[in-house]
Ligand binder design. Structure first.
Ligand SMILES: N[C@@H](CCC(=O)N[C@@H](CS)C(=O)NCC(=O)O)C(=O)O
Length: 211
């Protein structure tokens, strides 16, 4: 069978989610660690975002679409459950995380530390202070979401969890994020439990890239 290729830097949370999906389904894959907007990525993603994906003559972009393909083509545990309610709950949490929480936690909070726009490149304290109320509110929402079963959707590990865990891994590396997660007891337990999974351990990213 053709090789599965995941194209994009391993520091990307979306790349890591797709790698975790392959690991969970035991799909061998090759990682091409290239930056967004590089020619290899632009050839597949119209806006140059990572991950891009290739499997034989199938080229795809967008992590959620890639997960659908992996579920359809490869055996192993389902990333998005077939049962309608669980499928919808999985979609719901992927959508909420990608449309709201990614912006707060990664594009704003994390980037204020690792890619600050300050003149001396020190952490952007103003942005960090401004985003904190949203960050804390969203952590509380997630805490509530995992309180009952220990998963975002139903009682099993789905692509919704694979999509969230790489984000939490970054948030907890910085003091305000670490404090927010530590104070959210269900979410803290969720992170501790699922970060022990092989799919998570095998995809730990290297330090942020220097461009
Ligand atoms: N909706 C996309 C989002 C992908 C995305 O935003 N990737 C980031 C890296 S984490 C990226 O390529 N950013 C570069 C840019 O937006 O120009 C997906 O689910 O794959």
């Amino acid at each position: 069978m053709a090789t599965v290729e995941i194209i994009g830097i391993p520091q990307s949370t979306y790349v890591r989610a797709v790698r975790m999906a392959c690991e969970e389904k035991r799909i061998p894959y090759e990682l091409a660690a290239v930056f967004p907007h590089s020619p290899e990525v632009r050839a597949i993603h119209p806006f140059g975002k990572v991950p891009a994906f290739r499997h034989g003559d199938v080229e795809l972009c967008e992590s959620r679409a890639i997960a659908t393909y992996l579920d359809g083509v490869f055996p192993g545990p389902r990333l998005i459950p077939a049962e309608p309610r669980l499928a919808a709950e999985t979609e719901q949490w992927i959508s909420l995380v990608n449309s709201v929480m990614d912006r707060t936690m990664i594009r704003t909070y994390l980037f204020a530390y690792i890619m600050p726009k300050t003149a001396d490149r020190s952490p952007d304290r103003q942005t960090i202070e401004e985003v904190l109320p949203d960050l804390q509110k969203q952590i509380a929402v997630l805490d509530n979401a995992v309180a009952k079963t220990g998963y975002l959707a139903g009682g099993g590990f789905t692509f919704a969890d694979m999509n969230l865990l790489p984000i939490l891994a970054y948030v907890r590396q910085f003091p305000e994020g670490a404090a927010a997660i530590a104070g959210a007891t269900h979410l803290a337990a969720y992170y501790e439990r699922h970060s022990a999974r092989l799919s998570f351990a095998n995809t730990i990213p290297p330090p942020p890239p220097q461009r």
